[in-house]
Ligand binder design. Structure first.
Ligand SMILES: Nc1ncnc2c1ncn2[C@@H]1O[C@H](COP(=O)(O)OP(=O)(O)OP(=O)(O)O)[C@@H](O)[C@H]1O
Ligand SMILES: [Mg+2]
Length: 245
């Protein structure tokens, strides 16, 4: 499988801007008249009555196919959601915790999560004909997805370049450097670290400052970008090969 134009979008944690960055990349790709697909294979904290505001809804809107609530849906929105985000849980927890907390009865997932099936599903998605395919992970790089696997195992299984999104505030250096060490130790290919200014963050640091600080503690070739710089570089980045963390 070629990894050209294929990216696994993960982050140092939840709420760092993975969906914001992925949706921005979708729009930038479409703006270049290139084709793009995007997926959020695992989605927890999903409210079935309000698909549009979910991550899958935000990505689908960026793809030009906004999702409608069940009451207004002729079935096409649910089908689009299924295609984009087949494993869904209502509880805002790691999937393994959501499954344990909610029990099978209130589980909104359409199927039980088995890592082997997740990887096979993702590989099929990545083999699509689009110029660019983006997979948004959930949570952070070491978020549990089953009782014995994390997002890192998922990324390692796919071996496509990773976009590591991190927010920019006084406390973001440690989780970002920790994530980079882990990626290096597991030899996961890294396309970019995207340092994102999440609005309303307490103790914010301008992303440019965070990038400068991160560079002091990492190999010189580590590909750091602010969100703005990454979006500017994106048409070239989309075709790029791999760099080590
Ligand atoms: N650079 C930005 N400019 C404006 N808004 C942003 C930016 N980055 C993030 N946001 C907003 O911050 C919130 C959290 O971002 P987002 O949902 O993309 O995080 P996430 O990493 O995808 O979270 P999750 O772990 O829940 O998937 C969203 O409301 C998003 O629109
Ligand atoms: Mg998200």
């Amino acid at each position: 499988m070629t990894s050209q134009g294929r990216f696994f979008v993960t982050g140092t944690g939840t709420g760092v801007g993975k969906t914001f960055v992925t949706a921005s990349l979708i729009r930038a790709t479409r703006h270049e008249q290139r084709t793009v697909a995007a997926f959020k294979p695992l989605m927890s904290g999903y409210a079935p009555a309000d698909p549009a505001t979910s991550d899958a809804g935000v990505l689908s809107a960026a793809l030009g196919r906004p999702l409608r609530p069940p009451a207004e849906d002729d079935g096409s929105s649910l089908a689009a959601l299924e295609a984009l985000s087949p494993w869904r849980w209502e509880a805002a927890r790691a999937p393994s915790m959501a499954a344990r907390a909610a029990g099978a009865r209130s589980l909104a997932a359409t199927r039980p999560l088995i890592v082997r099936e997740l990887l096979a599903w993702c590989r099929r998605a990545l083999e699509g004909p689009e110029d660019v395919v983006l997979l948004e992970s959930l949570g952070g790089i070491m978020s549990p997805i089953t009782d014995n696997a994390t997002v890192l195992d998922w990324a390692e299984g796919l071996r496509i370049p990773l976009l590591l999104v991190t927010d920019s505030f006084v406390g973001s250096l440690s989780p970002t450097l920790t994530a980079l060490e882990v990626l290096r130790a597991r030899d996961v290919p890294l396309a970019a670290v995207v340092v994102n200014d999440v609005p309303g963050r307490s103790l914010p640091l301008p992303a440019e400052v965070t990038v400068q600080e991160l560079r002091r503690y990492t190999p010189f070739e580590t590909p750091f970008f602010t969100t703005r710089a990454f979006l500017t570089a994106w048409p070239r980045q989309a075709d790029k090969g791999l760099k080590k963390a």
